[in-house]
Design a protein around this ligand. Structure first.
Ligand code: 2AM
Length: 184
């Protein structure tokens, strides 16, 4: 028997979405890394920097979640990110783009969003995991990428964040934006 929409559960997270030109540059780099080291490069449409991972949430709770995110968005302070570092996590077999310099506005907003969402009654799927800003480029390379790979990209003036639903498919996860908040 099929589940009614009210019972539907969604795997949710909040993330920053790179603007199209930056996403294209990142996807090009990811494809090059996949050629060099094997593995699955993320396509431009799937590239994101997770702000807050929620995990499974009932679809009926989306309106409350949207309200909480809108109230957190009011505390946004503008910032620009410079993705200038590549790293590799052997346990997760994941190659990512990240930041050499800390971005306090980014970690502050992630923490504020988290506390706002928790106050609205949501428990956080990554409880205990420290926020580490990264944008996954490549999963499961066939051989370990060396340290010190360089990354040179244009700056990213962040102009908003999104609530995304993740769906697992045979080809890997795909992400669907459910709501976007544009910020000053
Ligand atoms: P990853 O890219 O490092 O795997 C959708 O799955 C997004 O949420 C991805 O950016 C993923 O990070 C992140 N994510 C998945 N599970 C998570 C967890 N338990 N805690 C924090 N982030 C998670």
């Amino acid at each position: 028997m099929s589940q009614g929409a009210a019972d539907e559960r969604l795997r949710l997270f909040f993330a920053l979405l790179p603007p199209p030109q930056l996403a294209a540059a990142l996807a090009g780099r990811a494809a090059g890394l996949a050629r060099d080291y094997g593995g699955r490069a993320l396509p431009a449409a799937n590239l994101h920097l997770t702000l807050l991972f929620l995990g499974d949430v009932g679809a009926a709770r989306l309106p409350v979640l949207n309200l909480a995110a809108s109230s957190a968005a009011a505390a946004w302070r503008p910032f620009t990110l410079q993705l200038d570092r590549l790293g590799y996590w052997p346990r997760q077999q994941l190659l990512w783009a990240g930041l050499q310099q800390a971005a306090p506005e980014l970690s502050d907003f992630s923490a504020y969003l988290r506390s706002t969402v928790e106050k609205a009654g949501f428990s956080i799927g990554d409880a205990g995991r420290a926020f580490f800003p990264h944008l996954t480029l490549l999963r499961k390379p066939g051989r370990t990428p060396p340290d010190g790979l360089s990354l040179t990209l244009p700056a990213w003036p962040v102009s908003g964040f999104a609530l995304l639903a993740s769906t697992r498919t045979a080809a890997g996860a795909s992400y669907r934006p459910l709501a976007v908040w544009l910020v000053p």
